[in-house]
Design a binder for this molecule. Sequence first.
Ligand SMILES: Cc1cc2nc3c(=O)[nH]c(=O)nc-3n(C[C@H](O)[C@H](O)[C@H](O)COP(=O)(O)OP(=O)(O)OC[C@H]3O[C@@H](n4cnc5c(N)ncnc54)[C@H](O)[C@@H]3O)c2cc1C
Ligand SMILES: C[S@@+](CC[C@H](N)C(=O)[O-])C[C@H]1O[C@@H](n2cnc3c(N)ncnc32)[C@H](O)[C@@H]1O
Length: 651
Amino acid sequence: MKLQNANLSWKENQPHSDLFDDIYFNPADGAAETRHVFIDGNQLLTRLTSWQRPVFTIAETGFGTGANFLHTLAFIEQHSLQIERLHFISTELFPLHKKDLARALEQSFPENPYAKQLIAQFPPLQPGMHRINFSDRYTLTLCIGDAATAFAKLDTEVNAWFLDGFAPAKNPDMWRDELFAEMARLSPPDTSVATFTAAGFVRRGLEAAGFRMRKQAGFGHKREMLTGIKTACPLQQREKPWFAAPKTDKPKHAAVIGAGLAGITTAYALARRGISVAIYDQASDICTQASGNRQGALYAKPPVAPTVAGQFHLCGLAESIRWLNTLNLFDNVQGAQCGVLQLATHEKEQQRQQQLIDADHYSPEILIGVDAQQASQLANTKINYPGIFFPNAGWVYPQALGKALVRHPNIQVYLEAKVDNIEPCDQQWQLGYQQAGDTKAATADMVIIANAKDAQNFTQTSHLPVKAIRGQVTHAKGSATLTTVICAEGYVSPPVDGEYCFGATFDLKDPCESLRGIDHDKNHAQLQKAAPNIAAQLEAKASWDGKVGFRCATPDYLPIAGPAPDLNAYLEQYQALRKDRKANVPSGTPPYWTGLFVNIGHGSKGLITAPLLAEHIASIACQEPSPLPRDIADATHPARFIIKDMIRKKL
Ligand SMILES: Cc1cc2nc3c(=O)[nH]c(=O)nc-3n(C[C@H](O)[C@H](O)[C@H](O)COP(=O)(O)OP(=O)(O)OC[C@H]3O[C@@H](n4cnc5c(N)ncnc54)[C@H](O)[C@@H]3O)c2cc1C
Ligand SMILES: C[S@@+](CC[C@H](N)C(=O)[O-])C[C@H]1O[C@@H](n2cnc3c(N)ncnc32)[C@H](O)[C@@H]1O
């Protein structure tokens, strides 16, 4: 089913759902309603005052205008509650149009900085999970889609439920037994729930799922509402238990090996959580290898019908755009949100794009179909092909992104520092590295291997199936002015200081590190096809320069990000899979190298995959909810190749 925005009308300046014929919140006093029903209904003042753990997680059904979320932040600040980190996970099947959200919030939260940030960073109409960090203390994860379906893809612990929504009689589809079952699955004992309704089937459904419910006085004209506590705790084995997240204490010190996009974004996500991070790179600067391009396109290629990988890439694109906007990197020098045109230069791709547009799975905020004339107008140069246009995408200078992130005070970068080995030692990791001819050592609670293909040089990760793919880009001055990124067989970005960056070649098993004239010719031929006038107006070839880099690719072209499996222990623990892929296997935590994580294999899409996976790794290392639904976390899990090979009896 294609997602739709909420269809609203405004009654006395208050939002009203036409589809459900219901209101979003009490028009007389929405703040008091949230306080009575959800905040007091979950006893948040008492619970948060005495909460000792680093994270408290609230989950909500029906995000609507975000009023419950914003009132909760205001409540925490008003009472100076000292919780370290609040995660607020909400679900929304009919997200508001941004203009409606702005109208609702400008009215209810006129000078509220969190409301302004929510409006600015509200995700596009893209199914899946979208994360917005509000300061380093509050994190909103908005799951766009049906509540029960979204919660079924979470593996986290919820401490309080805001069971909001339109009246059960008006929207019975949301208030299903599956929803109550998922709520129960995510709730350890003592998790609380509160809802504005007192409907009998809701009470019975929650009780059957394992909550002890009671009625109490409702808000305003509503006589009664329901609150409850999780009591019974049926133990459920996670599907694919070999991918379950590790349970470790939040680290204090982390070491990241590799100062490319993967390493730096992970370091930043950890640093934001108060962890002190040391990054080691063998090069003399950050972002010099695959991340060393002058301009990288924020580029996704959505499939005709949505897939797990397609959703990952589009949610990753939205996440990267949020990071780049927050860091003010779209300044037309370090990056630009100028849109990306994906041209269909041959018949097969034209058919594919036509099917994609006809299937109508993607909202115009994500992509629109354009003919050659529209493409020419958007790009400000003659284009001979139709295509699809991503209005919110663009390009960025990866090193500028890296430099902005390593400025975080919790991050220290060690350059010309080549890590040779890592060993577990007394609940910590010891790193041996070479710097300025000296052999040095360092320790950390957590290590993140983010050195791309060279991850194979460490014994713990030597089994990971990555390969290098050489790519050369060309730099050339030119007089024409391109105004969007164009992707076809290759890509070209708008010029910076009159210089174009275009390419790139794509060669397996080619270790040559120097620039080659023949590769400049290949890049130029691709450019001629995509944007002939840009190619024609370049300065003479003798003045061209460029850059060679090596992408790190995996067999399924998805990155490898998460806890590092101990290969031999996996072979032992899950040996039954060799005989029967459905065999019962031990349900405990999988045998990871404690405190060791990996973030590699970003292929040609590191700019849209690295930030989201960095946030995923930092979240699971700190026992916080991940920003990834289970299917994407599993699809990028470092143990997936071991399990696949065991099932196929190759291991
Ligand atoms: C030509 C080309 C064009 C591309 N274009 C795009 C694009 O338009 N859009 C996009 O999204 N992506 C693009 N990519 C892909 C993107 O650049 C990569 O996915 C991303 O940069 C990978 O980052 P990384 O940190 O994993 O790897 P890298 O940037 O390669 O970083 C790995 C780091 O590890 C360091 N290292 C290795 N071994 C050690 C050790 N033992 N000790 C210490 N340090 C070590 C290296 O020095 C290096 O700095 C392109 C890639 C290439 C090559
Ligand atoms: C009463 S409003 C919520 C008000 C909101 N909590 C706020 O603070 O503004 C109910 C919301 O539930 C959403 N909704 C309806 N069906 C849903 C479903 N199946 N899953 C998730 N959300 C749903 C509606 O689109 C609407 O935004």
